[in-house]
Design a protein around this ligand. Structure first.
Ligand SMILES: *[C@@H]1O[C@H](CO)[C@@H](O)[C@H](O)[C@H]1NC(C)=O
Ligand SMILES: *[C@@H]1O[C@H](CO)[C@@H](O)[C@H](O)[C@H]1NC(C)=O
Ligand SMILES: *[C@@H]1O[C@H](CO)[C@@H](O)[C@H](O)[C@H]1NC(C)=O
Ligand SMILES: *[C@@H]1O[C@H](CO)[C@@H](O)[C@H](O)[C@H]1NC(C)=O
Length: 790
């Protein structure tokens, strides 16, 4: 037997105390554990302690073990470093201290340091394991490799494990990986593909240590055990909002190299908080311990998540961050990092259960307190006429409290106004508590359960790895689904500077944000740093000006002002029409210009007569309605989905008929014309919104078209010159009969066109927009200052 530092230490001890026979005689097999990155931070803080804990439990079950601490350093450095860590292992308070002390000595004896740098060193390790098995006549149960190393090293290590360290005698191989697993969808996918060359799916255990937190691991069982009471409540009719919060007081000093590349969303929201969202919102599996079923339900929920837009999130960066990055990464003075250290994100789920319920995911560094929880807030349908202090009048919530914060331990809290939940096994009810208010309620108003013994997540997860249970680990499909969801937001945020915040208690309510529609914004204006630009713009230039453009009325202002004026005018026209005829028929254009108008209408016009409003399309691309190029989809995504309109008032163009797009024989244009004739009095729309393309086209009426061919039609198939796509469009005959026509033009890019257009004579062939001439209605140009002044 090789004499190393530990065995020397051990022999010293056994010579003082005779070793009792704790080892079981019958062997269930031998397990070799290899921790790579054995002297790193994570291993020091959690992994060795977790393995020691597991060793204490399993050694009595007849398993034997050897532990290898692997790292890059040579043995004469690695050995003492590892010994320092092992010496510090703690005996949990609930176990027999004397027995534990002896087991610790055994554990030290079974552990040794290995330099694992080269392929030869991996092969040598393999040989040594095999020799030991042979000499001691042990049956190999399996080998566990724990990769606590930077992600760039994963593939090389996996390759070495596959080529030289696989058990040769039928034992299992399990390889544990720590995040990050990529930094977006593409990188995660390529890492997954590379790893699959060397490891089978069932051999990989991707750790998300949040899944080992006791209150997190209890979410599904809690939902399952209380299904009878929860089932009627766990949905959009009863849940007002769900908050999933992870706040930290620490900054990232010392880890800016990693953090500056990743930021808060990749670091904790894409993984921990998203996993928790899954556990709360997924369909409850029939068997909560069946990893395949759990995964299936999760993946299904991923497909129901509504895409995030830039405005689904608010992001911040603590003030010192940039300074720390510059210092640690030797950046130049003018370096500016736009990595977010704080984020709040509103996630929506498009299914019958959760439609419209905001799931707010929030995390940040340098905040006022360290705490993590998920909170499901229910609506209270009770109206309390008297005695508002009665329990049934109070706040109703379920809280999964992960730890820290004012409670200091994991817990499940359920408002007494809701119901008394079933006590999970291994948990106890807390009946004596400090006088403390937690999330709006005194502790006395909750049923509170807490684990009988608190365990470290790593200890729990390591035990699950030994049991070969995959359900608390992140599968490849799960991982990729999450990255697919988060990557577009991450990409759009990369072009955006986060709001700076002072950090700690100084943040006050500076990071508070609010939800409007499905969008988030900070409630406070950022502190504006004075700049010359601010001084140069005079107050006057914010005013709306009126004038003439091409002999018609023109309204002009900065874009935001212009849009609010237009939406107000539109509401006036709508109310007028409803008063006169009981209905309001408007036809809208697509493209990006009207999006701001749609948003404004969705968020600020609660009294708009939507129920009497009919939505028609000015034109449409020949693509399916759910294609991102569809004008109807833009209208739907930015306006229709937020307002209440009767379905039969919505009239998308029938571009898709008989399973094909815009084919003449299918008579889509004729069908739309018939519908207009049926519903629009005198085929005269009350309002038409038009835009103008850079080439002067409007609706889908392009240059050099034979407009005279559809003189007698209201709707026609047309051809765009730049793209082969066909279009469907209202004709000039239909447009010019309208009562109010608005042409909306915004943005600097349109300046040149605006200038030219102001000079040209009417000429439909060259400038189709000049053929817009209402027969008896009114045409108004709405042009913003950017387009008008350049
Ligand atoms: C591991 O290596 C062997 C060759 O040594 C190869 O055939 C196999 O495909 C590799 N990957 C897995 C997952 O076994
Ligand atoms: C920054 O510079 C210092 C001193 O020159 C050096 O020790 C350190 O390794 C550098 N750090 C990085 C990330 O380049
Ligand atoms: C329909 O249009 C005609 C002609 O423009 C008009 O006289 C009539 O009042 C309109 N009817 C309604 C119900 O608006
Ligand atoms: C809308 O059209 C009607 C009829 O042409 C006209 O009287 C009215 O002034 C227009 N409304 C606006 C706001 O321009």
């Amino acid at each position: 037997m090789k004499m190393n530092f530990f065995s020397a230490f051990f022999f010293l001890l056994v010579s003082l105390y005779p070793l009792p026979q704790i080892l079981a005689k019958e062997s269930n097999g031998h397990i070799s554990v290899v921790i790579l990155g054995a002297t790193g931070d994570l291993a020091r803080k959690y992994l060795w302690q977790g393995f020691f804990h597991h060793y204490m439990e399993q050694v009595t079950n007849g398993y034997s073990f050897s532990f290898y601490g692997g790292a890059l350093a040579e043995a004469d450095q690695g050995n003492p470093a590892l010994f320092e860590i092992l010496k510090g292992l703690r005996c949990p308070s609930e176990v027999d201290q004397q027995k534990c002390a002896l087991l610790k000595e055994q554990f030290l004896k079974l552990s040794q340091y290995r330099q694992l740098r080269t392929a030869e060193q991996y092969s040598a390790l393999h040989e040594e394991i095999n020799t030991q098995l042979k000499q001691e006549e042990l049956v190999e149960a399996g080998r566990l490799f724990y990769l606590s190393v930077p992600a760039f090293a994963y593939v090389e290590i996996a390759e070495r494990i596959n080529s030289s360290c696989r058990p040769t005698t039928g034992g299992w191989l399990r390889v544990v990986l720590e995040k990050p697993f990529g930094h977006d969808y593409d990188s995660a996918q390529s890492l997954a593909v590379d790893l699959e060359k060397y490891l089978r799916q069932d051999e990989m255990y991707r750790i998300d240590h949040y899944l080992g937190k006791q209150a997190v691991a209890q979410i599904l069982p809690f939902r399952h055990d209380n299904a009878k009471l929860l089932y009627p409540l766990w949905n959009r009719h009863h849940v007002e909002k769900v908050e999933i919060i992870l706040k930290e007081t620490l900054d990232v000093k010392g880890r800016t190299q990693f953090y500056n590349q990743y930021g808060v969303i990749r670091d904790v929201i894409q993984n921990h908080l998203t996993e928790i969202l899954m556990l709360i919102a997924m369909e409850i599996p029939y068997n909560v311990n069946d990893p395949q079923e759990v995964l299936g339900k999760k993946l299904k929920l991923y497909t129901n998540l509504q895409d995030l837009s830039r405005r689904s999130a608010v992001v911040g960066q603590y003030q010192n961050f940039n300074f720390e990055v510059k210092e640690e990464l030797n950046k130049t003075v003018d370096y500016v990092s736009n990595t977010a250290t704080f984020a709040g994100v509103a996630v929506y789920i498009e299914n019958v259960q959760w439609d419209g319920v905001p799931f707010i995911l929030t995390s940040g560094k340098a905040l006022d307190e360290r705490v993590g929880y998920a909170r499901i807030v229910f609506r209270n349908p009770t109206f309390c006429v008297q005695n508002e202090e009665a329990m049934h009048c109070k706040l109703r919530q379920v809280i999964f409290y992960f730890g820290h914060g004012s409670l200091q331990h994991p817990a499940i809290l359920v408002s007494k106004s809701l119901f008394k939940p079933i006590l999970p096994s291994g948990w106890k009810e807390v009946t004596e508590y400090p006088e403390l208010t937690l999330l709006g309620q005194p502790l006395s108003e909750y049923y509170i359960y807490t684990p009988v013994t608190q365990s470290e997540p790593y200890t729990i997860l390591i035990s699950l790895i030994f049991q070969g249970k995959h359900d608390s680990f992140v599968s490849t499909e799960n991982l990729l689904a999450s990255w697919k969801f988060w990557s577009p937001l991450l990409h759009s945020l990369s072009l955006h500077m986060p709001r700076l915040y002072p950090g700690g208690n100084d943040n006050n309510n500076f990071l508070d944000f609010e939800l409007k529609g499905h969008e988030l914004s900070f409630i406070q204006e950022p502190v504006v740093i004075s700049s010359n630009i601010q001084d140069e713009i005079s107050v006057d230039s914010f005013q709306i000006t009126q004038g003439k453009y091409r002999q018609n009325e023109m309204v002009s202002a900065w874009a935001e002002e212009l849009i609010s004026r237009l939406s107000a005018d539109l509401q006036k026209i709508a109310e007028e029409s409803v008063k006169n005829s009981g209905q309001f028929h408007m036809a809208l254009s697509g493209g990006s210009t009207p999006i701001a108008l749609f948003q404004r209408l969705a968020l600020h016009h609660y009294t708009f007569p939507w129920k009497k409003t009919h939505f028609w399309m000015v034109d449409e691309r020949c693509v399916p309605l759910d294609d991102s190029g569809s004008n109807f989809k833009t209208l739907h995504d930015y306006l229709l989905q937020y307002i209440k309109v009767p379905y039969y008032n919505i009239h998308p163009m029938p571009v898709y008929l008989n399973q094909r797009l815009c084919v003449e024989e299918d008579s889509g244009a004729e069908a739309y014309e018939k519908e207009i004739l049926k519903l629009v009095n005198d085929t005269s729309f009350d309002f038409i919104l038009l835009g103008v393309g850079d080439d002067g086209h409007t609706a889908s009426l392009f240059k050099n078209s034979k407009f005279e061919m559809h003189k007698d039609k209201l709707v026609a198939l047309t051809e765009s010159p730049s793209k082969p796509h066909q279009r469907m469009s209202l004709t000039f005959s239909a447009i010019n009969k309208a009562k109010n026509i608005t042409v909306l033009i915004t943005g600097k890019a349109k300046h040149e066109m605006i200038t030219q257009l102001s000079r040209v004579k009417d000429d439909a062939k060259k400038w189709p927009i000049t053929a817009v001439k209402p027969t008896s209605g009114k045409l108004i140009w709405y042009i913003d200052y950017d387009a008008l002044l350049g």
